[in-house]
Design a protein around this ligand. Structure first.
Ligand code: G3H
Length: 529
C-alpha cells in the first residue's frame, strides 16, 4: 500500500479546497458560517492518518429556504424564462454547460479517487459516462421534441401534445456515484424545464465544487441552486413547505420515506427514486463455472460492493457448490488491494470510516449463527479496509442475509430446489435485478419468465449493472420509483400537456396565425435538427 512519497505527483493533495461559496439565485454567495471538514480515508503519510482534503459550508434552514425561493421564482408558476424557453435554447444552455464540464475532468477524477476511493480507471469511466449521458440526453430530447412537432386529430378535435416541466425538483445523489448518479437525475430534470435545488452527497462533495461556475454561467438565475450541508438540515425544511414538485433521490428507502413524509401534499409530490437492492446471483448446476466465477467476482467486488446493482447474495446449486466456493474464494484472495491510482488495483479504501466495523459485525453475526469464512484473507482488516469475506452457509436469521451490506462481504446460500431462491426473492423487500447462470434453455426459459416478474432486469450469465445508460434502470418494491434511462428520465421529469381545439374555421385560422407569428414556444411545429 503506497503512502506519502509513493503517491504519483499528479495525484498528490498539494492544497486543500475550502469551499466558501454556494449557488443560489444565479449568485455565487459567500458563506461565512460553520464549515465541515472533508477527509479522505486514504493516507498521504507513511504513518496512517486520514488526509484533510478541505471543507464545505454547513448550511441550515435559512439558506435552504432561500434556495427554494430562488427555484420557485425561476419557475414563476410556469411563467419563468426557463420553463417557457424554446427547447432549442434550453439545449444550447446544456451544450454550453457540458463543454465547460469537460474542462474539469482532471480535478474531478482526482477528487473521485480521494473522496470515495474509486480506482483511477473507474473514476475516469464515471466522468466520461456522465458526459456521454449529457450528450445522449440532448439528442434524445431533440428526438422527443421532433416527435411532438405535429398535430393529431381524433373525433373532430385537434391536439398539439408535448411534454412540459413539473416544477421545482429537489435532487439528492448518493456517495458511490456522486457525479454520475446525481447528474443522471439533475440533467434531465433541468433540460425538461424544471428548476432545481441540488445537495451533493456526504462523500464526494468537493468534486462538485469545480462545476459551480459552469452551472452559474450556463443557466438563467435560479434554475440550478446548489447547497451544502446535511440532508436533515437542508432537505427537510424544503420538503416541509410542501412546495417541491419532485423528489429525485438515489439513496436508501429510509431517507426517501422520511423526506416524503415531511411533504404535506402527497399528491403534488412526484417521486423519482433509485433505492437499495439485494440482487441475487442464481447459479444452476450446468453453469459455465469459469465465466460464472468471473462475473460473480465483478458483481460482488466492483467498487468494493458499494453499488446498488452489486450482487449481494449468491445462491449456488448444491451440486457445484464446493467447486464454486473453491474457485471463487481463490480468485477473491488474488484481487489486488491498493490506493485508487495503483496499476491493476481492484479493491480500494472504503470512504466511510465506520464501514470495516459494520462489515465485521455482519461477519461476527453470521459466524455466531453457523457460517464460516471460506477464503483465507476474508475479514482481514487494515486501516481503511476489510477484505471481502466469502461467507457460507448463510441463512435467513443472519444480518448479512437481511441487510443491504453495501460493502465487501459475500453471503453464499446453497440450494437444491430452485423454488428456494424464487420464494426468497418474492418475499424480499427489493426487486431490482438478478443474475442467472446456466445453459439449458428448457431450464432457463420458465425461470426467465418468472424472474422478469420479480425484478426489472434479468442478466443472463452476466453480472448485474445499470449500464448501458440507454437501458431502463428501475426496480420493484423498495428498490425504485419511476424509471431512469436516457429516454425514460426525460419522461420521468415531465408530464404530457397539450393544446386542444375543435375543428372549425375560427380555430383553424387562429392556429394558423399562431404558428405563423412564431410567438408561442409551446405551440410550434419548428423542427430541431
Ligand atoms: O449504485 C448503483 C448504480 O446505479 C450502479 O451502476 O451498475 O453502472 O455500477 P452500475
Amino acid at each position: 500500500m503506497n503512502t506519502g512519497n509513493d503517491i504519483p505527483k499528479e495525484f498528490m493533495i498539494t492544497e486543500t479546497i475550502d469551499q466558501k461559496t454556494y449557488l443560489v439565485n444565479g449568485e455565487l454567495k459567500t458563506w461565512n458560517g460553520n464549515t465541515t471538514d472533508v477527509y479522505s480515508t486514504i493516507s498521504s503519510t507513511p504513518d496512517y492518518k486520514h488526509t484533510h482534503l478541505g471543507s464545505v459550508p454547513d448550511m441550515g434552514e435559512p439558506e435552504a429556504l432561500d434556495a427554494l425561493d430562488a427555484a420557485l421564482k425561476a419557475y414563476d408558476q410556469g411563467q419563468g424564462v426557463w420553463p417557457t424557453m424554446k427547447v432549442k435554447d434550453r439545449i444550447a444552455c446544456m451544450e454550453q454547460f457540458v463543454a465547460k464540464m469537460e474542462e474539469k475532468r482532471e480535478i474531478i477524477v482526482k477528487l473521485l479517487m480521494w473522496e470515495i476511493g474509486k480506482s483511477l480507471a473507474d473514476s475516469g469511466k464515471e466522468f466520461d459516462r456522465t458526459v456521454e449521458y449529457i450528450y445522449d440526453t440532448i439528442e434524445e430530447y431533440k428526438d422527443l421534441d421532433r416527435n411532438s412537432a405535429k398535430f393529431q386529430k381524433h373525433q373532430g378535435v385537434y391536439a398539439h401534445i408535448r411534454r412540459g416541466p413539473l416544477g421545482v425538483v429537489l435532487c439528492l445523489g448518493p456517495y458511490n456515484y456522486p457525479l454520475n448518479e446525481t447528474f443522471a437525475l439533475l440533467i434531465p430534470a433541468i433540460i425538461m424545464g424544471n428548476t432545481t435545488i441540488f445537495k451533493p452527497a456526504k462523500h464526494g462533495v468537493l468534486l462538485i465544487t469545480p462545476l459551480l461556475e459552469a452551472f452559474q454561467s450556463c443557466f438563467p438565475k435560479g434554475v440550478v441552486n446548489i447547497l451544502f450541508g446535511r440532508g436533515r438540515a437542508v432537505a427537510a425544511p424544503i420538503m416541509k413547505t410542501g412546495k417541491v414538485d419532485v423528489l429525485a433521490l438515489i439513496g436508501n428507502s429510509k431517507s426517501a420515506n422520511a423526506l416524503q413524509d415531511q411533504h404535506p401534499k402527497s399528491n403534488r409530490l412526484r417521486l423519482v427514486l433509485g433505492l437499495e437492492a439485494k440482487n441475487p446471483a442464481i447459479i444452476l448446476p450446468d453453469a459455465d463455472l469459469d465465466l460464472t466465477v468471473s462475473e460473480v467476482i465483478a458483481g460482488t467486488t466492483s467498487f468494493n460492493g458499494q453499488r446498488c446493482t452489486a450482487l449481494k447474495i449468491v445462491y449456488v446449486h448444491e451440486d457445484i457448490k464446493d467447486e464454486f466456493l473453491k474457485r471463487f474464494s481463490t480468485q477473491i484472495d488474488a484481487l489486488k488491494f491498493g490506493n485508487p491510482w495503483e496499476e491493476g488495483v481492484k479493491l480500494t479504501p472504503l470512504p466511510e470510516p465506520g464501514k470495516p466495523t459494520y462489515i465485521q459485525e455482519l461477519l461476527d453475526d453470521a459466524q455466531a449463527k453457523g457460517a464460516s469464512v471460506q477464503n483465507e484473507k476474508g475479514g482481514q482488516q487494515s486501516d481503511n479496509y476489510i477484505w471481502p469475506a466469502v461467507v457460507y452457509p448463510v441463512n435467513k436469521e443472519m444480518r448479512v442475509y437481511q441487510e443491504e451490506q453495501f460493502g465487501p462481504i459475500v453471503p453464499v446460500v446453497s440450494f437444491t430446489d430452485i423454488a428456494q431462491p424464487l420464494d426468497d426473492m418474492a418475499e424480499s423487500n427489493y426487486g431490482q435485478q438478478v443474475s442467472l447462470f446456466g445453459k439449458d434453455v428448457y431450464t432457463l426459459s420458465p425461470l426467465i419468465d418468472t424472474l422478469a416478474n420479480l425484478v426489472c432486469r434479468v442478466n443472463l450469465n452476466s453480472s448485474c449493472q445499470r449500464g448501458p445508460d440507454v437501458y431502463p434502470f428501475t426496480g420493484r418494491k423498495d428498490s425504485a420509483q419511476a424509471t431512469l434511462s436516457v429516454h425514460d428520465a426525460l419522461r420521468s421529469f415531465s408530464i404530457r400537456t397539450f393544446v386542444a381545439f375543435k375543428d372549425n374555421d375560427l380555430n383553424n385560422e387562429t392556429i394558423e396565425q399562431l404558428l405563423d407569428a412564431k410567438v408561442s414556444n409551446f405551440l410550434s411545429t419548428d423542427y430541431i435538427l
